[in-house]
Design a protein around this ligand. Structure first.
Ligand code: ADP
Length: 490
């Protein structure tokens, strides 16, 4: 099969969160299974250019229709750890992708609508006819709309579209100008409840909704989140649309790229380790302490790695820091926040604990350091308010870093409570709590810290259970191939 992935992120060149990991990992798995895969990304100025090989011009004169005129673009080609990637660079004074960051601009709707149109124009002009186009989240949700309404009529009849919802919280709710900009000119037709009109704000269009309506199949990133989205108030206003289209919706649990995340061969950690050499993990713990000037004492290190925002449970992350420090643990946090208020909150905490030899808050995005923390910490907290899948707990499991998670979305599909799960003992891998409040997270932290302190052998078993569990791309890879085959057959 020939698959083209159109996305706003791909690790490690353009990664903000899990989306980047998933795009890369899935493409790799699809290639291993014998499919031809190409990825199309914006040519951001902040790409990790050091991770792109043989970058060269692939098309120098791509003219992309935009409002009543066209924008001149160049398309580059390069390899990202073996994956074939095209990068679209518009030459216009809007400088869509020269902002030194990926998201968070006022005109994000236009930036990514343009990217969606440009990606299809590129496929069309270069006579590429993929069997499947796979796009992701609101940023590329216009792809199926444009394909069906414009490019199919121009002769692109081959591709079917799979659309993956990584996070329904961000939907790309915008105004009618996006329709005009992208050539979807029949205002009354598109501004319709069956198509792109937002379900609540009748004056707005909703790009995510368009993606759901127009795709041949819609996946989300865990079975539990698929269920929550359809039945448990996690649809953020798209419930009606999802219900209408439920026959073509399914949950496919994200995989983890076990080549990138492998404690036995991780170039970013000082001492490789595996189940048989678990004691070597403690060399990494020592290195982590040295890196962050933590004292070398007999205490567990609890960590948090991830975006610092509403979804991730800011009050519970904060509570976990205080609680752990008061209960004989060290705490390491790695994260950034696009929200100035949240950023300020963590800056304040960092200052507060500045002289504490048991605490370090690293308020930056740093892929390399994240590997050292996963390897060096004993436990990782993921107290999300909602979590479509979550990757940090999966990486924690792989690195023998016991996850402590809230029972929501993909966290429920991947972590099984040491005391309360109905799984057999050898499949129990961490701690799970229900209530989104301090008592909730304390109930899990207390049990985890208690086991580490009083029953180290049992704690070690929990670590090993996690390291042995399989969240590789093997199963989800097959699942996606099945989805692709199903939509191709129609
Ligand atoms: P999200 O909701 O952000 O997609 P996930 O848990 O699915 O959350 O994925 C987060 C990914 O981003 C993981 O690979 C995690 O290690 C990485 N990550 C998040 N924040 C940082 C950071 N500040 N520095 C390095 N890596 C980070």
């Amino acid at each position: 099969m020939y698959v083209v992935m159109i996305a706003s992120e791909c690790a490690p060149v353009a990664k903000v969160g899990g989306l980047g990991d998933v795009v890369f990992g899935l493409c790799r798995e699809l290639e291993i299974r014998g499919n031809a895969v190409e990825i199309i990304l914006p040519k951001y100025d902040c790409l990790r250019y050091d991770k792109i090989h043989d970058l060269q011009l692939a098309a120098k004169d791509l003219w992309v229709p935009w409002y009543d005129s066209s924008v001149h673009c160049s398309v580059y080609f390069g390899f990202v750890q073996g994956r074939k990637c095209f990068f679209i660079e518009p030459h216009s004074d809007r400088n869509f992708f020269n902002r030194r960051l990926f998201y968070g601009q006022e005109d994000d709707d236009q930036r990514f609508a343009f990217f969606s149109r440009a990606s299809l124009e590129f496929l069309f002009r270069s006579n590429k006819h993929p069997d499947v186009i796979h796009c992701h989240d609101w940023q590329t949700a216009l792809v199926p709309v444009l394909l069906y309404e414009i490019y199919e009529q121009a002769g692109m009849t081959q591709p079917r579209v799979c659309f993956t919802l990584h996070n329904l919280y961000h939907q790309g709710v915008t105004r009618e100008h996006i329709l005009r900009a992208t050539g979807l000119n029949r205002h009354g037709y598109f501004f319709h409840p069956d198509r792109l009109q937002d379900n609540f704000n009748r004056g707005a269009i909703n790009l995510m909704k368009g993606g759901i309506v127009y795709s041949n199949f819609v996946t989300t990133v865990s079975p539990r989140y698929a269920w929550e989205m359809l039945h448990a108030d996690q649809s953020f206003g798209l419930g009606h649309t999802l219900q209408l289209h439920r026959h073509k919706i399914g949950g496919v649990l994200n995989g983890l790229d076990y080549d990138v995340w492998n404690p036995e061969a991780d170039p970013h950690i000082p001492c490789p380790y595996g189940v048989a050499t678990l004691d070597n993990k403690y060399e990494n713990k020592r290195a982590l302490r040295q890196r962050f000037w933590l004292r070398d004492v007999f205490r567990p290190i609890v960590c948090y790695i991830g975006r610092l925002d509403h979804q991730k449970g800011v009050p519970l992350i904060t509570h976990a820091i205080h609680y752990c420090l008061q209960h004989g643990c060290q705490f390491v946090l790695l994260g950034t926040s696009p929200d100035p208020k949240v950023a300020q909150h963590f800056q304040g905490l960092k200052q507060h604990y500045n002289d504490n030899p048991d605490c370090h808050l690293e308020l930056s995005f740093n892929e390399e350091i994240s590997h050292l923390i996963y390897a060096g910490a004993d436990m990782i907290v993921v107290p999300s308010l909602f979590e479509p899948c979550g990757l940090t707990q999966l990486i924690g499991l792989r690195y023998g870093t016991v996850p402590i998670v809230r029972a929501t979305g993909g966290l429920m599909d991947t972590v099984f409570d040491a005391n309360h799960s109905n799984k057999p003992y050898h499949e129990r891998t961490g701690y799970v709590f229900n209530d989104f409040n301090p008592q909730g997270i304390e109930s899990a932290l207390e049990r985890a810290i208690g086991l580490w302190s009083n029953f180290p052998q049992h704690f070690r078993e929990l670590m090993i259970n996690g390291m042995r569990s399989d969240f590789s791309w093997n199963h989800p890879g097959q699942h996606y191939v099945n989805v692709y085959e199903r939509i191709r057959a129609k």
